[in-house]
Design a protein around this ligand. Structure first.
Ligand code: FMN
Length: 341
C-alpha cells in the first residue's frame, strides 16, 4: 500500500476516536425539537404483546435477525484487524450485517487482506466490501471482484464523498463521469453493487440518477452524525473546514427524498444512535439502518462485548418503539412516522 493511503486510514481512525467530529448545528431530523422533526405514532393501546414484534428481514439475499448493520469503518492498517474482528464477532452473534472499510489499500497491497478478513469469526452474516467512487476508473471490474471474493463479501458498496474529498489534502475531486462508471460496474459485477454516502446525504436528483444505473440499494449516509468534512478538514484544508462542517442533507430528509426516487432497498445511516432513530427511519421508508462511529467507540472501550452491548440496546429500543407504534413487523412499521415541520 502506498504510504499516503496508509496514513490517511490511520488518521481517520485516530481523529474519529479522539476528536469531536459530529455535526454541530445540523441534526439528523429524527429528534423532536418543539414541533419540528419526526415523531412516531404512539398507540396508547397497541392491541398486541411486545413479544410479538418481529424484526427479521432480508437484504440482498441474506437473512438478518434485525434490520441493522455496522457501517464501513476500516481496513488496511494494523489496528484494523482487531477492530474488524471484534465488530464482526458481535454482528454474527446478533445476526446483523457489516460493512468493511475501503478496500483500496488491499488492492494496492494484497498482503493487507488479513486486516479485512472476518469470515473466520462471522461465517454467515451479510458482509459488504467497499471502494470509493473516484477509484472506479483505476481498477478493472475483475480486480474489484477479486477484492470482494478474497474476503468473501456478499456485495460491494461504492462510497460517494464529494464533500469529504473537497477537504482532503490528496485532492481526489474529479467526480466527472462517475454515474456512467457506476452503471458499468452494476451491470458487469457478479455480486450486488450499492452506493453509499459517508455522512452528507443523497438527495432526490442523485437518487433518481442512481435508480437508472442498476444498483441494488442506496445507503443515504445522511447529515447529522459523523461529519466527514470535519474529519478531513482536520487533516487537510483547516481554513474551510468550519464553513462546511455541517454541509449536506439530513438523514431523515435524505431517506424521504431517496424513497421517492428509488425503488430498491434503502439503508438509513448517518447519526443513527438509538433504536428509536432506527424505528423512525424505517417508518420513513428505510429497509435497514446502519451505524459507524458509536460502534467504533464501543469497540475501543470494551472490544467485541462493548459492540454487542451497544447493538443489543439499539435492537431492544427498536422493538419497544415498534410495540408502542402498534407494529408487529417491519412492513407494518412503514408510514408510522409523523413528520413535523
Ligand atoms: C473511522 C471511520 C472510518 C470510515 N471509513 C469509511 C470507509 O472506508 N468507507 C466508507 O464508505 N465509509 C467510511 N466511514 C463512514 C461510515 O461508514 C458512515 O457512513 C459515517 O460515519 C456515518 O455514520 P455515523 O454517523 O454512524 O458514524 C467511516 C467512518 C468512520 C467513523
Amino acid at each position: 500500500m502506498t504510504k499516503e493511503t496508509e496514513n490517511r486510514k490511520a488518521e481517520h481512525l485516530k481523529i474519529g476516536i479522539a476528536e469531536d467530529v459530529q455535526f454541530k448545528e445540523k441534526t439528523t431530523g429524527f429528534e423532536k425539537v418543539g414541533f419540528k422533526g419526526v415523531e412516531l405514532e404512539y398507540k396508547t393501546l397497541p392491541e398486541m404483546d411486545k413479544k410479538e414484534v418481529k424484526l427479521e428481514t432480508s437484504f440482498l439475499g441474506k437473512d438478518f435477525k434485525a434490520p441493522l448493520m455496522v457501517e464501513a469503518i476500516t481496513g488496511g492498517v494494523k489496528e484494523a484487524k482487531k477492530i474488524n474482528k471484534d465488530i464482526a464477532k458481535a454482528c454474527e452473534e446478533l445476526g446483523i450485517g457489516m460493512g468493511l472499510g475501503s478496500q483500496r489499500a488491499m488492492i494496492e497491497d494484497p498482503l493487507l487482506k488479513d486486516t479485512y478478513f472476518v469470515r473466520d469469526v462471522a461465517p454467515t452474516i451479510f458482509l459488504a466490501g467497499n471502494i470509493g467512487v473516484t477509484e472506479l476508473g483505476k481498477y478493472s471490474v475483475k480486480e474489484l471482484e477479486k477484492a470482494i471474493e478474497s474476503i468473501k463479501a456478499d456485495a460491494l458498496a461504492v462510497h460517494v464523498n464529494a464533500a469529504q474529498a473537497a477537504m482532503q489534502p490528496e485532492k481526489e475531486t474529479d467526480f466527472k463521469g462517475r454515474l456512467k462508471e457506476i452503471k458499468k460496474l452494476a451491470k458487469e459485477f457478479k455480486k450486488p453493487v450499492y452506493v453509499k454516502e459517508v455522512g452528507h446525504g443523497i438527495g432526490f436528483e442523485t437518487a433518481k440518477a442512481l435508480a437508472k444505473t442498476g444498483i441494488k440499494a442506496i445507503d443515504v449516509g445522511g447529515a447529522g452524525g459523523t461529519s466527514w468534512t470535519a474529519i478531513d478538514s482536520k487533516r487537510g484544508n483547516k481554513k474551510v473546514g468550519e464553513t462546511f462542517w455541517d454541509i449536506g442533507i439530513s438523514t431523515a430528509d435524505s431517506i424521504v427524498q431517496c424513497r421517492k426516487a428509488f425503488e430498491g432497498k434503502i439503508i438509513a445511516s448517518g447519526g443513527i444512535r438509538t433504536g428509536l432513530d432506527c424505528a423512525k427511519a424505517i417508518a420513513l421508508g428505510a429497509d435497514l439502518c446502519g451505524m459507524a462511529l458509536p460502534v467504533l467507540k464501543a469497540q475501543q472501550k470494551e472490544g467485541s462485548e462493548g459492540v454487542t452491548k451497544l447493538l443489543e440496546k439499539v435492537i431492544e429500543e427498536l422493538r419497544i418503539a415498534m410495540f408502542l407504534a402498534g407494529a408487529k413487523n417491519l412492513k407494518e412499521m412503514r408510514g408510522k412516522a409523523v413528520v413535523k415541520n
